[in-house]
Design a protein around this ligand. Structure first.
Ligand SMILES: *[C@@H]1O[C@H](CO)[C@@H](O)[C@H](O)[C@H]1NC(C)=O
Length: 446
């Protein structure tokens, strides 16, 4: 261990494993350690089920009805991949896809006045949806056509909208869309967590709706993908990539000290030995004096023996409860997967409810979501602090990821990765750099 590395990475969360993969592919000498005995850190999938009971201090062992503990791989952070999103692009370009199998999530739903509806995102679906009245449908259809044709560089497609000046509120007004339609467009298609976007320039929102529609167009049922055996497979896939390019992995390594000299990282001490490095990447838990708390997220894992009502018995789905519908500032999300994804015993379903905490009684906040899931066999409640770095690494050369937020996709995680990359290297992240060449000497790891 008494060696000199370009980069040391602490914590095997997805963000850290992707960055470790990127740096290794770029030819950096990487050492990656985790204090835990498993991969994934906060973004791990827990197996067997007994470990989940222990982790949440549920007394006793899982009842016989839960089947074999080894059949379970329960995610701590619920997220799906957007089929046309940045993470899928990273997976494809690095060929990490060869270690994973994906399934399409069967449905995407939105909550309105106590009931759930399929999210319409194509013209045909909009016209068939019971979510809107007839005239509203026509106006929404017009809006979708406008978004689909919208090209920032082609004035003919803009219909008088200035992508960088016109606000989204003004765009909705232009198409005369009502509050319910605005709610599901902003929250179930553009996937915003709050309503702040309404007064921002419309370009970002339009691009988000395009991402949703293009992702949906890939596989049809929903824009989301999910890996068999759980999200914990993702960090492990990127860890393998890093290892193929010479990265060294060590689990179960207690970290005793982040060693600095003149305000700059020089190494990491573990089990009495110091490994030296020029740069450090880590999650907030390793450098609590370089981060600040920005809020809390509540997540409730629910095990059920039935699909969710009114979802056509989908074996996987997402439900978004827009904040306006339940008088909140942040949306509530439900991600559900099941035995069909090798994450639960036969006949079992795992729904994870999550949202940003707004009050001192967070369990009460998520009640509208829990009501959709009843009866629930077992609940596992967690409330986690959210951190962001106060130190951006310019002097210290310590690069810290943000805690996983309440969004149910990986786009913000990918933005964080690109941001850290830019701070570390001074250049923008270019997907092409990660491309693995066919004749790469390390390329064949089969
Ligand atoms: C489910 O569908 C029934 C019949 O359409 C409806 O009355 C009920 O409100 C729906 N419940 C939810 C939670 O969507």
């Amino acid at each position: 261990m008494n060696e000199e590395y370009d980069v040391i990475v602490l914590g095997t969360g997805l963000t850290e494993c992707i960055l470790s993969g990127i740096m290794s592919v770029k030819g950096k000498k990487v050492l990656h350690m985790d204090r835990n005995s498993y991969y994934g850190a906060e973004s791990a999938s827990i197996t067997p089920l007994e470990d989940l009971y222990k982790r949440f201090n549920i007394p006793g062992t899982p009842p016989e009805s839960m089947g074999k503990g080894r059949d379970w791989n329960v995610d701590l952070i619920p997220k799906f991949l957007m089929a046309n999103g940045q993470l899928v692009r990273m997976l494809l370009i690095t060929q990490v896809t060869r270690y994973l199998d994906f399934k399409v999530i069967e449905g995407s739903f939105v909550y309105k006045k106590g009931s759930i509806y399929k999210v319409p995102s194509t013209e045909a679906e909009a016209l068939a949806s019971s979510l809107m009245g007839l005239f509203e449908k026509r106006r929404f259809r017009k809006f979708l056509v406008f978004v689909a044709n919208f090209d920032q560089n082609d004035p003919k497609t803009l219909e008088g909208v200035d992508p960088t000046k016109t606000t989204m509120r003004e765009v909705y007004k232009k198409f005369d869309l009502g509050q319910d339609v605005i709610d599901f467009t902003g929250h179930a298609l553009a996937l915003y967590r709050t309503d702040d976007y309404l007064d921002h320039p419309c370009l970002d929102t339009i691009n988000r709706i395009k991402l949703y529609s293009e992702s949906l167009a890939r596989y049809g049922k929903s824009p989301y993908l999910y890996p068999l055996y759980g999200l914990g497979e993702l960090p492990q896939g990127f860890a393998r990539l890093s290892a193929i390019y010479g990265g060294t992995y060590m689990l179960n390594k207690p970290i005793e000290e982040i060693v600095m000299e003149n305000g700059k990282i020089v190494g990491v001490k573990s089990e009495g030995e110091i490994a030296r490095c020029k740069q450090l990447i880590c999650d907030p838990s390793y450098v609590m004096d370089h981060v600040t708390k920005v809020g809390q997220v509540i997540r409730v894992i629910c095990i059920m023996n039935h699909p969710i009502k009114n979802t056509s018995d989908a074996n996987s789905c997402q439900i978004i409860i827009p904040q306006n519908q339940v008088n909140r500032k942040h949306d509530i999300y439900v991600c559900m997967i099941s035995y069909a994804h090798n994450v639960a015993a036969q006949g079992k379903y795992v729904a994870i409810v999550s949202t940003t905490v707004e009050t001192s009684d967070p369990e009460k906040e998520i009640k509208p979501a829990l009501d959709l899931l009843e009866p629930v066999e077992q609940k596992f409640v967690s409330i986690s602090d959210q951190y962001k770095p106060t130190d951006l690494g310019r002097e210290s050369q310590i690069f810290i990821s943000r805690s996983y937020d309440a969004t149910t996709h990986f786009e913000t995680t990918c933005d964080d990765i690109k941001d850290i990359y830019k701070r570390m290297t001074g250049t923008d992240f270019d997907f092409a750099e990660m491309e693995r060449k066919k004749n790469d000497v390390f390329g064949d790891d089969q």
